[in-house]
Design a protein around this ligand. Structure first.
Ligand SMILES: [Zn+2]
Length: 184
């Protein structure tokens, strides 16, 4: 799934909360964006393993939400949004494809690592690869709540993210051909 799809998923979760409690909108949005992106920073380590916690992350997300509800503040709510978005990212990697750039010729059976059971979760491929048409469609759907709830810079960021996503998705298959061999 595209990074933007992950970010829009996190934002879609916090959007109703931000609507109900607008004074906490900024930490909710910041937490959701960072949490949606953060797991993939393990690209430089062991991708889809080092910072991806599809099972254990649920506990952290639950604890974060409990803390945010019990002691609501900019910090606790931001941390909760981060934990939930990062967990959602890791879980949803399992319904996508593997991390390979070229799933047509080189399919991986490693979607995301489950640290609790100590094994790789296989890709379900409901979203066949990042930038697939269904990925772009999901990104659009997930962006809707955010566009409805927010205005100003948040809406601008989401619209730019949508434009980048649709551009990427439209070029995705050609990108593979342009990539140098060593990068694949
Ligand atoms: Zn990921």
């Amino acid at each position: 799934m595209m990074a933007t799809t992950h970010v829009f998923a996190g934002l879609a979760v916090v959007a109703p909360v931000a609507y109900a409690v607008p004074e906490l909108a900024s930490p909710l949005v910041a937490g959701a964006i960072l949490g949606g992106l953060a797991p993939d920073f393990d690209l430089v380590l062991e991708h889809r393993r080092s910072f991806h916690f599809p099972v254990a992350g649920a506990v952290v997300a639950g604890a974060g939400v409990a803390l945010g509800v019990a002691v609501p503040s900019q910090l606790t709510v931001g941390v909760a949004a981060f934990a939930v978005a990062a967990w959602l990212h890791a879980v949803s990697d399992a319904i996508g494809g593997g991390p390979e750039m070229d799933p047509w010729n080189d399919r991986s059976e490693r979607a995301v690592y489950d640290h609790v059971r100590g094994r790789w979760v296989r890709p379900r491929r409901w979203i066949r690869y990042d930038g697939a048409p269904e990925d772009a469609a999901l990104a659009v759907v997930l962006a809707v709540p955010t566009l409805l709830v927010f205005d100003g810079w948040i809406r601008a960021i989401v619209l730019v993210g949508l434009a980048v996503s649709l551009g990427y998705a439209s070029l995705r298959r050609r990108l593979v051909a342009w990539l140098p061999d060593w990068l694949e």
